[in-house]
Design a protein around this ligand. Structure first.
Ligand SMILES: [Zn+2]
Length: 380
């Protein structure tokens, strides 16, 4: 089954030399991109879709989300907006509700959010555990995530559960819990932050994760300066996520590494915190991705388009930089070469915008602009 999308006003990410091609066409061949080029040279296909001059982009790659949870925290958000600062402890509220939920309730919650993301043009989804914090509850979270998303991250080290000694908990996360979760996960993550896990604890957990075959990624430098970013680089993490409070040394370390700086501006929006400085990272030569951090506490958006708009408005990124960070940047942060672009051979994750160019994602914030989505070549 092949689909020719023709009369594309602006085709994004389909050519290694030119990020944007005008007056283009694209062929989906099964679950892959089969061909991309000028309309006049387009081959025949089983089905033809007329884009009518609109833009076609790679589906968004959301490389950071926490989707396995029960309940929500709207009241906490309302309180925070009326002046109470965000503290990591709010996670524990969601932990209690998540432990009390059935497998089917958790599965339904993930399904609902995945569907919500796909409707908004996201076609690759990463999801972390971290609201279980017992061996059985973390194993359950990664097992359910593995059924429903593309990339699964074991985040037993989200926060130390109430009434537990921190050293004992780190041993559990790096031992029995890791052993139970590793079969379902590709990644290991630690919330390396004051009030969560310190440098030594982070090292112990990342080292154990690596020994179990998982690849590190890290929650780093969200709430203040700290060792997270430099640990991410030291452990060759695929990504250091948040990067809100960075020293010059942190920026230089990222720029000299393959570790992607994943920026999550929905969090700063939803917690009324200063935004990370994407311009400083890009100008220094660091690789940057954008993701939602969709979670019930610090940021309950699933919209990559909203993050693109924030990145342009608040983080000094150009629309092109922001859209690239939300597609190929996210793919790099997940060490994936088959998504985040539309070059022949890529997974056929295609977003037809109801707009003539990618700029409209930032130019028209909050406006639904997704006309059609194909995921692995199938209409989503
Ligand atoms: Zn997160």
């Amino acid at each position: 089954m092949s689909i020719l999308i023709t009369n594309i006003g602006e085709l994004v990410g389909a050519d290694a030399e030119r990020w944007v091609i005008e007056d283009a066409a694209l062929v989906i061949d099964g679950d892959r991109i089969g061909w991309a080029g000028p309309v006049a040279a387009a081959p025949a296909a089983d089905e033809v879709v007329d884009a009518g001059g609109r833009a076609v982009l790679p589906g968004f790659v959301d490389s950071h989300a926490h989707l396995v949870f029960a309940g929500e925290r709207a009241e906490e958000f309302a309180a925070r907006m009326s002046g109470r600062p965000y503290a990591a402890g709010g996670i524990r509220t969601t932990v209690a509700k998540t432990r009390a939920a059935s497998d089917d309730e958790l599965r339904a919650g993930v399904r609902r959010l995945v569907a919500e993301m796909v409707r908004q043009g996201t076609t690759t989804i990463e999801c972390k555990s971290g609201y279980g914090l017992t061996v059985a509850d973390e194993e359950r979270a990664v097992r359910i995530a593995a059924e429903l998303v593309d990339e699964v991250t074991y985040l037993g080290a989200h926060v130390v559960p109430n009434g537990t000694d921190a050293a004992d908990y780190v041993r559990l996360v790096a031992g029995e819990m890791l052993e139970a979760c590793a079969p379902y996960a590709r990644w290991i993550d630690v919330f390396c932050e004051r009030g969560a896990f310190d440098a030594d604890q982070t090292r112990e957990i990342l080292a154990a994760g690596r020994a179990a075959g998982l690849i590190p990624r890290l929650h780093a430098n969200q709430l203040g300066h700290g060792p997270g970013v430099r640990l991410a680089v030291e452990y060759d993490a695929a990504s250091a996520d948040h990067c809100t409070f960075l020293s010059d040394e942190d920026v230089a370390a990222l720029a000299d590494s393959e570790t992607v700086a994943t920026l999550l501006p929905g969090v700063e929006f939803s917690t009324r915190q200063p935004y990370p400085d994407a311009r400083r990272l890009i100008d220094a030569g660091a690789k940057v991705a954008l993701a939602t951090d969709c979670n019930p506490g610090s940021c309950y958006t699933s919209s990559m388009a909203f993050c693109v708009a924030l990145a342009v408005r608040e983080m000094r990124m150009t629309p092109e930089e922001a859209v690239r960070a939300a597609t190929e940047g996210g793919a790099r942060a997940l060490r994936r070469t088959d998504v985040g672009h539309l070059r022949p051979g890529a997974r056929a994750d295609v977003l037809l915008l109801d707009a003539p160019s990618h700029i409209h994602l930032a130019y028209r914030p909050g406006v639904p602009q997704v006309a059609r989505v194909w995921r692995s070549g199938l209409p989503a």
